[in-house]
Design a binder for this molecule. Structure first.
Ligand code: ZN
Length: 269
């Protein structure tokens, strides 16, 4: 069983390794793609990060992350993120769109600011050939991280904005959605699946942000969702993205990568 389409989101090993060490480790394990985070790139410097990634000859399945359109300075910050994604040769810039503005209770206003922000940065993204992947986040994050909470909502935005915008589908955020199968099929018809992220939903979840599970340790039916994604025509990378302060961040990085490979293979069955 091949791992040619496996990517590792580098947040998965961020406590163990810096960007250079993480990329070297992925190569050592035969992994062909990575998704770095901006803070990891900033720490090493953009030019050096580009050298490390090109030197290792790994694909960059995405770049995390842009968005946060309800925060001050978002437009300039997203333009910089687009420039970095272009330099890294990233297949898309992943967008976490932003929660309610500080001291606001107006969800409608937040969603309008997100749509306006996306429209404002889209020309720069198109000019630099960086697709924008809107990632719907689980509704528990509507207050602070994203008011785009379902795949349907993300696709509505991408459909209205047009070329250069699509979605990042992350099992952690969408597994519970009764419309998931239909919306994945819709995303396929629109050719708007730009990224597919996997990690499991643990029961109980002990931390809203940093207790994501390794595939197989929680309740998500990965083979089923994978069939929907494949039926929708997606042939890109499957990216393992696990923030795990109680478990995987405390283990040796090589053990984490070995487990990611094993469990990824199990999702293909
Ligand atoms: Zn994700």
């Amino acid at each position: 069983m091949t791992i040619d389409k496996l990517s590792i989101n580098l947040a998965t090993v961020r406590e163990q390794w810096d960007l250079r060490e993480a990329v070297e480790a992925c190569v050592r394990h035969g992994i062909k793609a990575v998704d770095p985070w901006r803070d990891q790139v900033t720490k090493l410097g953009l030019a050096e990060s580009v050298r490390v990634i090109k030197g290792a000859d790994v694909h960059v399945s995405g770049y995390c992350r842009g968005g946060m359109f309800t925060s001050p300075g978002a437009i300039d910050d997203n333009r910089r993120a687009i420039d970095e994604a272009a330099a890294l040769g990233a297949e898309c810039l992943v967008l976490v769109c932003g929660g309610l503005a500080p001291s606001s209770r107006d969800l409608g206003e937040a969603r309008k600011r997100i749509a306006d922000g996306l429209a404002a940065v889209l020309p720069h993204a198109r000019a630099n050939h960086v697709p924008l992947a809107i990632e719907p986040l689980h509704p528990m994050y509507a207050g602070d991280r994203s008011c785009v909470n379902t795949l349907a909502q993300a696709l509505d935005l991408a459909e209205a904005l047009g070329e250069g915008t699509g979605v990042a589908i992350d099992t952690y955020h969408v597994w519970w959605d009764s419309a998931l199968e239909a919306q994945i099929a819709r995303a396929g018809r629109l050719s708007k699946i730009f990224a597919y992220h996997i990690c499991d939903w643990l029961v109980p979840t002990r931390d809203l942000l940093l207790d994501r599970g390794m595939m197989g340790d929680g309740v998500i039916d990965f083979p089923r969702i994978r069939r929907w994604i494949e039926a929708a025509g997606y042939r890109g990378f499957t990216e393992v993205e696990i923030f795990s302060k109680f478990d995987w961040w405390m283990r040796p990085g090589d053990e984490v990568l070995r487990t990611c490979i094993e469990r990824y293979k199990a999702t293909l069955r």
